[in-house]
Design a protein. Structure first.
Length: 217
């Protein structure tokens, strides 16, 4: 699917001129007179990037950016404004903006920035799909496999897991093997890395505490 530049600006002449310019380069464009108009249409928006004005009636560009970070985190945001300042630029970049340009900007700079934003969108989309696939694999684990997986990624040894779950060490090994098979993980390090990417609790291999079970010999 071809990405779209979503231009959000209360200046109609700017929207029209920028739309014509980008269209001449074969880039698809959608226009919005306010951030609220864009957010209302967001569920049906085509993927791409957002070219966002900073100062607009209603919610500001920074407020819209904050909303987007929750509602559509895959969309890179490029600020293009005639009323920018250093603090606004710093705030925008800290909040994850792809770039912050001041009007007027050259065609070359604008096109280069949009290309970077499109590339960023593709990277985010690829990573999102990878994480969704991993979450689906983890969701396919049985409840016991999920328990074993949770302890494995926190660095517990097989005998510690067996003690914690009240099962034999041999059974733990069977569950570990099943977990690795279902997740497609070729090593413990890969399984831990997958868990970290998904934000699951993990940690270094550690010694046993009293709550973990009997100490290792």
């Amino acid at each position: 699917m071809k990405p779209v530049v979503h231009i959000i600006d209360d200046d109609e002449s700017f929207r029209t001129a920028t739309s014509r310019l980008l269209s001449a380069y074969g880039i698809s464009v959608e226009l919005y007179g306010s951030g609220d108009q864009f957010l209302n249409r967001l569920p049906n928006c085509e993927p791409g990037c957002v070219l966002l004005d900073l100062q607009m009636p209603g919610r500001s560009g920074l407020q819209i950016q904050n909303q987007l970070s929750e509602m559509a985190p895959l969309f890179p945001v490029v600020f293009l404004t005639g009323q920018g300042d250093i603090k606004a630029g710093v705030d925008a970049m800290k909040a994850g903006a792809q770039d912050f340009l001041e009007k007027p900007t050259s065609v070359a700079v604008l096109m280069e920035t949009i290309e970077r934003a499109f590339a960023q969108y593709e990277r985010r989309r690829t990573e999102y799909e990878r994480l969704q696939q991993m979450r689906t694999l983890v969701a396919g684990l049985s409840s016991r496999e999920a328990e074993v997986f949770g302890l494995v990624i926190r660095g517990h040894l097989n005998k510690q897991i067996a003690y914690a779950l009240g099962i034999s060490e041999r059974t733990v090994k069977v569950h570990r093997h099943q977990v690795m098979e279902k997740l497609g993980a070729r090593s413990l390090a890969e399984a831990v890395s997958m868990a970290a990417d998904m934000g699951l609790e993990h940690g270094r291999r550690r010694g046993v505490t009293q709550s973990d079970g009997p100490p290792s010999p």
